[in-house]
Ligand binder design. Structure first.
Ligand SMILES: [Zn+2]
Length: 171
């Protein structure tokens, strides 16, 4: 991934990132010059979390997600962040069928090949996130590989846009 110091967070991304813990702010800021990203979710209250659960977009109800803040959750800033890759031509890469079909048409390649490409983009972003975090002594868990073993082969809920801080008991 080429370095581009012109990459900037939008106002929306910045305001969402401001609801996240310092570790995530540092990691996302360090990654930005290497991969243009949009920050799409940080701190969530009860209503937002429970609606995502009902829609099947989260496996957890309030206050059990690390996105959750407030007295019940026991934190004021989000320990989780959702980040989407921002592509210069296609915008936010969510990997929906319409978007992937358009890319397949533009490049005249199969949809399967575009799906490989899509997953590779997020695997690369994860590596960047992990390297930048570890350099600062931060441990991150990725929703594309919850147990940091075997990638998506041993999990039923994939969340490629999600990273969260792992805090050990001693902290
Ligand atoms: Zn998330």
């Amino acid at each position: 991934m080429k370095k581009n110091t012109n990459n900037k967070f939008s106002n929306k991304s910045s305001s969402i990132l401001d609801t996240c813990c310092l570790e995530l702010v540092m990691t996302c800021t360090a990654v930005l010059p290497y991969c243009d990203i949009s920050v799409v979710s940080g701190a969530r209250g009860k209503t937002e979390q429970d609606n995502l659960f009902i829609d099947g977009k989260s496996e957890l109800t309030f206050p059990n997600s690390l996105h959750n803040v407030g007295d019940e959750a026991g934190r004021d800033l989000s320990d989780a962040v959702d980040v989407v890759i921002y592509h210069p031509v296609y915008g936010q890469l969510w990997g929906g069928d319409a978007q992937l079909c358009r890319i397949a048409d533009d490049f005249e390649v199969s949809l399967v090949r575009v799906r490989y490409w899509f997953y590779m983009q997020y695997a690369q972003l994860n590596m960047l996130m992990q390297v930048k975090a570890r350099t600062a002594g931060i441990e991150l868990r990725w929703g594309g590989d919850w147990n940091s073993e075997n990638g998506i082969l041993d999990q039923s809920f994939d969340d490629f846009y999600h990273w969260e801080v792992v805090r050990r008991c001693s902290q």
